[in-house]
Design a protein around this ligand. Structure first.
Ligand SMILES: Nc1ncnc2c1ncn2[C@@H]1O[C@H](COP(=O)(O)OP(=O)(O)OP(=O)(O)O)[C@@H](O)[C@H]1O
Ligand SMILES: [Mg+2]
Length: 361
């Protein structure tokens, strides 16, 4: 077979700075079931400040996951981080004279910090003014998506070297949106903030009428907390990581650890609040709810803390909420633990060949 058929299954590969997660879904009666799922922790500094420092470690992680989990396809969907991508709501003339794609390649230049000729461009139409097509003043709101082609190629080659066939290169924030939609549906009237608090970064993705209209990455995630514990207690990083996750160790005051965590979360909340301020400059809508994902969402009580600080209800999202999981294959406790962490992988696994792709690979 030369070209994969539209019905062929795909496997989602989420390359995070802390771990690689793999998800394959299968069509099941009235929904989806979990065909394959696994996570592989990466050694520190495999990805450092957005640079892939040790590609061989990631390739090995993908290979290992593919061989140990029940993966039945070589077709992979992978994501580049939102911060490697410009995602911006812009307004373009909607007159039938112009083609959106043509306009974009001219307009994009002013919005992106790299050369248009080195960019992979895409767009989603958000809305159109209700005027007739050939009205010269008609406007169209478009979400511009521009990625550096080189970054796209880097992620593609990781997957290729692991023996898979990268059919789609997505953006992690869109994968989160898809993972959310699958599990919670689309609420046309609600404005929802999806916040993914990972290791290196925390991404904020605001949905209006079910569509992403604002994204921002905050340079603060679980690593910052671990490193602060390490530095303040003068201990090694692995010990700091365990303490952060709740381990009790002789001679170390749990209250001190809690204090460090709270301070970091305060900083994170104030950055989230700044992001919401920026969003308000682009929209009058009020954010009704926060759905929290990522490993840092595992910090006990983070939902109450955040909702107290931001005065918005916070829910820890369950990426397997609508996915049938065979308890004979996957320990329900493990699945419950991973539920907020798997969101990008689940979103990637939802991509289909016929989807309008963010960046075709
Ligand atoms: N039980 C826990 N308590 C506190 N923090 C946790 C817990 N479990 C995981 N984490 C933290 O979550 C982070 C990893 O989260 P996640 O898997 O979402 O990151 P990633 O996707 O690999 O990284 P990124 O997307 O930021 O590049 C790490 O900082 C880890 O310490
Ligand atoms: Mg992540």
């Amino acid at each position: 077979m030369l070209f994969p058929s539209k019905k062929d299954p795909v496997v989602g590969i989420d390359i995070g700075s802390n771990s690689v997660k793999l998800v394959q879904l299968e069509e099941a009666k009235g929904g989806h079931s979990l065909k394959a799922f696994g996570s592989f922790e990466l050694e520190r500094e495999t990805i450092y400040e957005d640079n892939i420092e040790k590609p061989e470690v990631i390739v090995n992680a993908i290979r290992t996951l593919v061989s140990t989990e029940n993966v039945s396809t070589k077709n992979a969907v992978v994501a580049i981080p939102g911060r490697a991508v410009v995602i911006k709501k812009i307004t373009l003339p909607a007159s039938s004279e112009y083609d959106v794609g043509d306009l974009l390649s001219i307009e994009a230049e002013q919005y992106i910090p790299f050369d248009v000729s080195e960019a992979a461009l895409d767009y989603h139409i958000i809305s159109e003014s209700e005027t007739i097509e050939d009205d010269e003043d008609a406007q169209r709101e478009v979400l511009l998506i521009a990625a550096e082609q080189e970054k796209v190629n880097d992620y593609k080659s990781l997957v290729e070297e692991a023996g898979l066939n990268p059919i789609v290169v997505d953006v992690d924030v869109f994968a989160i949106e898809n993972g959310y939609e699958l599990n919670y549906g689309v609420d046309e009237d609600a404005v929802i903030a999806l916040i993914d608090a990972g290791a290196g970064v925390t991404s904020v993705n605001i949905l209006e009428e079910g569509i992403t209209t604002f994204t921002r990455d905050i340079n603060c995630g679980g690593d910052v907390i671990t490193f602060t514990i390490r530095d303040e207690l003068e201990i090694d990083v692995e010990m700091a990581e365990q303490l952060k996750k709740g381990a009790v160790m002789e001679g170390i005051s749990p209250l001190k650890i809690k204090g460090i965590i709270i301070e970091a979360l305060e900083e994170l909340c104030s950055e989230v609040s700044n992001s919401f301020e920026l969003f308000r400059e682009t929209s009058e809508a009020a954010i009704e709810k926060i759905l929290l994902t990522g490993g840092t969402a595992k910090i006990e009580g983070i939902d109450k803390f955040m909702s107290g600080k931001l005065d918005i209800p916070v829910e820890i999202a369950n990426s397997f909420r609508k996915i049938e999981v065979n308890e004979k294959v996957y320990d329900p406790e493990y699945i419950e633990y991973m539920a907020p962490i798997a969101v990008v992988g689940v979103g990637l696994a939802m991509r289909k060949f016929e989807d309008k792709l963010v960046t075709s690979a």
